[in-house]
Design a binder for this molecule. Sequence first.
Ligand code: AMP
Length: 591
Amino acid sequence: MNPFVELGIRHDIVNAITELGFEKPTPIQEQAVPVLLTGSNDFVGLAQTGTGKTAAFGLPLLELLDFSQKHPQALILCPTRELCLQISKDIEKFAKNIPNVHVVAVYGGASISDQLRQIRRGVHIVVATPGRMLDIIGRDAIDFSHVRYVVLDEADEMLNMGFQEDINNILSTTPDEKKTWLFSATMPAEVRRIAKNYMTDPYELTVGTKNSGNANIEHHYYVIRARDKYAAFKRIVDSNPEIFGIVFCRTKVETQEIAEALIKDGYNADSLHGDLSQQQRDKVMKRYRERSLQLLIATDVAARGIDVNDVTHVINYSLPDEIENYTHRSGRTARAGKTGISLSLVNLKELGKIRQIEKVIGKSFIKMDVPRGEAVVESQLFAMINKVQQVSVNDDHIDPYLPKIMESFADLSKEEIIKRFASLEFNRFLEYYQNAPDLNVDANERRGDFDRKGKTERFGRDGYKSDYTRLFINLGSVDDFTRGDILGYICNTTRISGKAIGKIDLKGVYTFFEVENASVDKVFSGFQDVDFNGRTVRVESAGEGRSESRGGSERRNRSFRNGPDNGGRRKRENGGGFRDFSGKRREKSRW
Ligand code: AMP
């Protein structure tokens, strides 16, 4: 008997999912479906993305709802538009052979009137992102009084995105006796609290070890100098010619820059981030799904809900601010039973973060060496040989040219011809990687990189020389910043690239940091009238003579707080409610 039928799923649905290639249930489906089919439990499922969660709740919903009654009976809340569309499409596919099943996807960034029209026509299952859902509820355009099941999918993500209050408001419009099914990749305290507040004695299910990543993912890390990051990244990509990857950056600016640099360097890459219009994002995703893009460079937020199978590598170009995001990032590979690699590029100072992630995911990272030039050349050569072996020959079209081709090669031996074909591609890489330096950092090496003082001269990523100026900012470790955090904060606030920032000296109540001379004015103007948690942020030139022990109150050479042109301007609030690697929340949580 078909194993899904054994689980209690009717033939019409089993036939539909068989067509989708579902031969046997995934572990979460095997364990969750029988429980959810009873329709009498609240439920908490701790499962990574890509484990088959959608069918785990979607199939039981299709069994439990009464499609002769045309009112919303199930509400599925999820964090992003992409996931919302994915879930609604999946459920429609599962329900292909059941007549009159109406599913509507409700999400922001698209016409609300179309969504309202679909709701008015009658709907059984609403799949929604919280913001747009609340908007529709606010217009009195939907009646949730008959809702029997609420699914909170990727609950941790929804909380991360600050949807707690919206979820509270939405749930308050549904009947008390409904059942709530919550799915989450991780179980931070906030998700626990939701389970406690909204559920009665929920059935709890953990697929795999608690908080541990997908067993099919290998976690690699490379230790490199910050300035060599891009070169190291390219080498890793070049030594994996068949790579189909998602590259995660921390900021929109970094995402855009890396994508542009890659495109300029001839890679098949594009970026996905929040500054793109929905139309642009859809276009990029379409190209990626169709595999006409090889590398998708994305921010965490933009990449949420991406469900593309066969992603071979997740590349953490920059580690995420929050450890939980690492799990989400790596979950984009090794989907549906496949294997994948999640690799991170770190400098010596970030090794601690790798150790912290290991603790959370319960798995060890493997330290890898950035491939030497020769290894990259070899990988490329054999990838090409492999292509030659695999290529399908169109005899009809090539045959007419053969006599002329043969004639051209008449004087060459077989070996000579092979050598020449192989050299076509080989020469390009050989030239590029000849004399390429070793980019690996010895873990015992002193951090000479970060030990220079004052105005310095150093070589940037592309080997150009650049001068740095040392600045002071009145934020430091007491504000719960790490070096990485303050780097991100400065870049986000001033819109300068992380590459323009040199050494960062994090102190208690203040920090010294170096900025390329060309970007100094941008930093000063970017910090005009900025508040951090109610405090005015002050940036000054540290000057050659500034003593670190003097603290923040003396010898202000240049301070835009007291500067000439800030009179009466509204202050910008620029504190973030995010968590750092120590797990501390920096600001009073919104939830
Ligand atoms: P999900 O975690 O629901 O996003 O599912 C991840 C991927 O696995 C999707 O592409 C599903 O179509 C696929 N999938 C889900 N369940 C099964 C199954 N039982 N057999 C094969 N593929 C599945």
